[in-house]
Design a protein around this ligand. Structure first.
Ligand code: NAP
Length: 331
């Protein structure tokens, strides 16, 4: 007897290039979970800037073609492999990675350390906004910057996916939080999500305003989302022993290394995917607690159906005026 192959809609990338290489296909086979894998019926999938770098073919990690992009899925377990005991059909989950790709109606992935329970109090859109943004923000603040309660932190790009996560986590850890966004609406969201004070990078004198706010001492930690624009200014805003954590950068910048000397400051790069399995589990435990207690509340920005994915990729790179995490809606 021949069993009928079940099909789904998914985005497939057959060649590297601009957003036009994201092709919607309606005849993609629904994967079958094996061994330690689970099959998730995807409800929403986060869109991350890195997914645009990957399909452009210029990123350090290049997937084998063809592939389906998408890492941050929220959905319902549809089936599990024979070795999976931690999850069952019907469980609500979110992810930080994938095997078959998240821009699809169904996706498979290994259940052992990249599938997490999504509490009832968060909806699937919010679930799709947790993975890369919150795990990265946590790694940047706690693992890379070693923040201590009472320190100050300045979050660039505070209105975006990683930035909002950083503001919420920093506030929960007892830091003095300063955020930066480019619009009034973005600034309002930043203040509602943990920042004590907010600045607008589109104002010509915003650096002076930050200097005035932090005074002679300077700021202890800067979470930097666009280092190629801001790094030189960052070094001048730091306190003695201050740290700039480079989360995002889209090109080179000239800095004066002397700016690091008198204050013995550091510039530290962060890469979420350098985290070990144990670190992912540790970050997940803290973030689960944040969801239960209520300080982890993802803010959803623009939402796109699967067929508008190319527009979403265009917008995440070129739009300014971000007001929360961009997501794709499925099912
Ligand atoms: P996002 O949701 O698109 O947010 C981007 C943020 O950058 C917005 O708050 C935006 O603010 C701000 N921004 C845009 N233009 C700016 C400018 N000229 N000056 C200052 N800020 C500006 O992106 P995301 O997901 O938060 O990611 C942020 C960055 O981190 C990206 O470069 C991404 O690739 C990187 N990232 C790195 C890792 C890692 O492991 N290292 C992990 C995740 C993300 P306005 O729109 O209000 O101006």
């Amino acid at each position: 007897m021949v069993t009928e192959q079940k099909l789904m809609r998914a985005i497939r990338v057959f060649e590297f290039g601009g957003p036009e290489v994201l092709k919607l296909q309606s005849n993609v086979a629904i994967p079958i979970p094996k061994d330690h894998q689970v099959l998730i019926k995807v409800q929403a999938c986060g869109v991350n800037p890195v997914e645009t770098y990957i399909h452009s073919g210029t990123y350090s990690r290049k997937p084998l073609l063809p592939y389906t992009p998408g890492l941050d899925v929220a959905g319902i377990i549809e089936a599990v492999g024979e070795s999976v005991s931690a999850f069952k059909k019907g469980d609500r989950v979110f992810t930080t990675s994938t095997i078959s790709g998240g821009y699809a109606e169904y996706q498979t992935l290994a259940a052992d350390h990249i599938v997490y329970t999504l509490p009832e109090k968060l909806d699937f859109k919010q679930g799709a906004a947790i993975g890369i943004p919150y795990f990265t923000a946590y790694r940047a603040l706690l693992h890379s910057a070693h923040v201590k309660a009472g320190e100050s932190v300045l979050v660039h790009g505070a209105s975006g996916g990683v930035g909002i996560a950083a503001c919420q986590i920093a506030r929960a850890y007892g830091l003095q939080v300063l955020g930066i966004a480019g619009t009034e609406e973005g600034q309002k969201i930043v203040l509602q999500n943990g920042a004590h004070e907010v600045f607008n990078h589109k104002e010509a004198n915003y650096i002076d305003k930050i200097k005035k706010s932090v005074g002679e001492k300077g700021v202890d930690v800067i979470i930097e989302m666009l280092a190629n624009v801001n790094l030189s200014n960052d070094l001048n805003l730091l306190s003695h022993g201050g740290r700039v954590i480079v989360v995002g950068s889209r090109g080179p910048i000239e800095i004066n290394p002397q700016d690091t000397m008198a204050k013995e400051s550091s510039i530290i790069g962060v890469a979420l995917y350098s985290s070990t399995k144990e670190e992912f589990q540790q970050f997940a435990a803290v973030l689960q607690a944040g969801m239960e207690i209520g300080w982890l509340r993802p803010v959803i920005g623009p939402q796109y159906p699967l067929e508008k994915v190319a527009q979403a990729h265009e917008d995440i790179i070129h739009n300014s005026g971000v007001t929360g995490k961009m997501i794709l809606l499925l099912n």
